[in-house]
Design a protein around this ligand. Structure first.
Ligand SMILES: *Cc1c(COP(=O)(O)O)cnc(C)c1O
Length: 387
């Protein structure tokens, strides 16, 4: 290189680190600008095929690696990252729906997804209709000629009904309608969604993939290239980038994800079984328990359950009492989200969230973390004493 001034030396160097370095963690590639070898390679790169690097937003070795690993875990072929689980949901809707189209969502869908449906209906000329999560093959009667997408969630947020995914997918397929699944609850570990007929899997990596309660990210996964290409257009047009550091944090969680998931699962079943025997609790809404609507679909389709479930308090307890119970818990943080090491609790006004909810009483959702279950149960016991 020609002789440089000090100012240029601060920016340009001739040093190149030796080749041949290797280690288990993926390297973290930070980049907005991606450098091309020459003009010809700049002109020949096709961002959609991920066989070349074009710009930080479209991917780096770090994000491509995470995408490939997530697709592999889920049993899919293609993946796109989004800055949050909700951003991933929005990306699917904006990619596949246009003015005049119709989308079906389960009534127990993750609430911000339901809110997005309301917005599409109010401002974008798309109709969003909400169906009974246990509709099963009956979804066929709800599908209209302009229906383009059926969202599913297994189990549904908060109220935990497990849908008959096989029946919903079969009915949708027959009518040429795509099925998207929010598969966050099972982390892509305990439910083989594509084998059941699902076309698009969405994951909130914020939960088990990260496992650290310290990062927000989402993913959309498909088997079909033509389908991910449609979603990739929305990904590009909306500027859905994720930080390399965040991608690395999620990648760091993957090797331990199944161990953590199984530990959450065993602990949650133990705590749920203890709660089921309490006189204060009317129902345990855990898919592995018979109280849970759709339990038969869980038994048929799932190989595990993770740490999230809900309970219905007996109707004789007022909200003031159950709030006191929640406030009295010491080891359970009051907070949204889940999938981290810390146990969490959240009360919900479920009757206001759902049409025809069958039970009176307060619903409380638990995320069972990785603490010792005897300590968690002792904490619950003392909090029941404050009811
Ligand atoms: C958390 C969550 C999301 C959204 O993920 P964020 O990263 O928090 O936006 C979507 N669906 C389900 C079922 C979730 O639990």
């Amino acid at each position: 290189m020609t002789k440089k001034s000090l100012q240029t030396t601060l920016i340009h160097t001739d040093y190149v680190a030796p080749q041949g370095f290797d280690a288990f963690p993926s390297a973290i590639h930070h980049a907005s600008t991606v450098l091309f070898k020459d003009v010809a390679s700049m002109r020949s790169g096709e961002w959609k095929d991920k066989n070349a690097y074009t710009y930080g937003l479209h991917g780096t070795p770090t994000t491509f690696t995470l995408e490939a690993r997530l697709a592999e875990i889920e049993g899919g072929n293609h993946c796109l990252l989004a800055p949050s689980g909700l951003a991933a949901i929005a990306m699917v809707d904006l990619a596949l729906l246009k003015s005049g189209d119709d989308v079906l969502l389960p009534e127990n869908v993750y609430n911000p997804n339901r809110e997005l449906g309301r917005w599409l209906s109010a401002d974008f000329g798309i109709t969003a209709r909400y169906y009974d999560p246990l509709v099963g093959a009956g979804i066929a009667e709800l599908i209209q000629p302009n229906t383009k997408l059926v969202w599913t969630e297994a189990p549904g947020s908060v109220s935990m009904e497990v849908p008959d995914l096989r029946a919903i997918c079969a009915a949708a397929k027959e009518k040429g309608v795509l099925v998207a699944l929010d598969n966050t609850w099972s982390a892509g570990i305990a439910l083989r969604a594509f084998d059941l007929g699902v076309d698009i899997v969405m994951q909130a990596l914020t939960k088990y993939q990260s496992g650290g309660s310290d990062v927000l990210m989402g993913a959309v996964i498909t088997r079909e290239k033509a389908l991910i290409d449609r979603i990739a257009m929305a990904h590009m047009r909306l500027g859905m980038g994720v930080s390399a550091d965040d991608a690395w944090l999620v990648m760091r969680g993957l090797p331990t994800m199944k161990l953590r998931f199984d530990a959450h699962d065993a602990a949650a079943r133990k705590v749920a079984a203890w709660l089921k025997n309490r006189p204060e609790i009317a129902k345990v809404l855990h898919p592995a328990f018979e109280d849970c609507p759709g339990h038969e679909h869980f038994k048929r389709d799932f190989t595990g359950a993770g740490g999230l479930f809900s309970v219905m308090f007996d109707a004789r307890y007022t909200e003031a009492q159950t709030d006191r119970f929640v406030d009295a818990l010491d080891l359970f943080g009051i907070g949204y989200s889940w999938g981290g090491a810390n146990s969490l609790v959240m009360p919900y006004r479920i009757q206001g969230m759902r049409r025809n909810w069958p039970d009176a009483g307060i619903l409380v959702r638990f995320n069972i973390g990785l603490e010792d279950t005897d300590d968690l149960i002792a904490d619950l016991e003392q909090a029941f004493g404050k009811l």
